[in-house]
Design a protein around this ligand. Sequence first.
Ligand SMILES: NC(=O)c1ccc[n+]([C@@H]2O[C@H](COP(=O)([O-])OP(=O)(O)OC[C@H]3O[C@@H](n4cnc5c(N)ncnc54)[C@H](OP(=O)(O)O)[C@@H]3O)[C@@H](O)[C@H]2O)c1
Length: 248
Amino acid sequence: MDKVAVISGASSGIGQEIAIELSKHGFKLLILGRNLERLEKTKSQLQSEAQCLTGDLSLDLSDAFKAQITGFLSSSSIEQAVLINNAGSVKRETFVKTEIKDWEHALNHNLYSALRLTQCFLPASKHIKSKQILNISSTLGIRPIEDTSAYSAAKAAMCNWTECLALELAPENIPVNCICPGLVETPIHPFFKTQDKAQRNELNGIQPLGRMGRVQDIAQSVRHFVEQKDLWITGVKLPVDGGILLKS
Ligand SMILES: NC(=O)c1ccc[n+]([C@@H]2O[C@H](COP(=O)([O-])OP(=O)(O)OC[C@H]3O[C@@H](n4cnc5c(N)ncnc54)[C@H](OP(=O)(O)O)[C@@H]3O)[C@@H](O)[C@H]2O)c1
């Protein structure tokens, strides 16, 4: 019997590492992103079968896109299916300068993207016995920092929606949980590409555990959830953050 995972935002950063981690543990994967070249790069690092699917999740899903997901989940040999809603993007700006179109962008990329995918995943996986949904939110969805109104509100909404969906899907025995990363070194941050040692030391220095997060920290947490086929945890918001929430 097969276990499969659908992972959004798998062409970069955290999503790419989640794909690598789950492939090591035997999951067949459908990896999603907007950039095919980068998705293929992820695929080349995987140890299990994988299909790439490109599309912009900030827009309504096309019928062809939905058909690909449904097709991927259709096999009767699947015993476990996992959806990882990871795609997202961030822009820092003061509230006054955050225009309504910026709010729409933040909500579309960080919240509606997950809603769209989940609305496709649930009916398409109806026949599969063991299912789980994991949302990648942020510590900012629990405790925001300044100049992140739209992003933090979108991530907070994701946390709240996780709890609501967890209750709704509990009778079907489908756990829904949220992982809230702290500061993780990925291309989402402008500092990622710089060699600025002083800035890096400063960012490492403010973390209680002494360093910024690595993509592996998040991927391994995801694996702890999904390796349990009969998970008895639902509706949690788990900070994976080196302890930063304790300080703010
Ligand atoms: N890194 C951190 O410090 C941190 C902290 C807390 C939470 N997070 C969250 O973790 C998740 C992953 O972030 P990351 O740090 O790994 O960033 P990243 O390296 O920039 O990766 C973001 C991924 O999301 C995809 N994506 C973005 N918008 C999309 C859209 N409209 N449609 C489809 N795919 C889209 C990108 O795909 P393409 O490149 O193919 O367009 C890319 O694969 C995000 O939800 C982010 O908010 C990150």
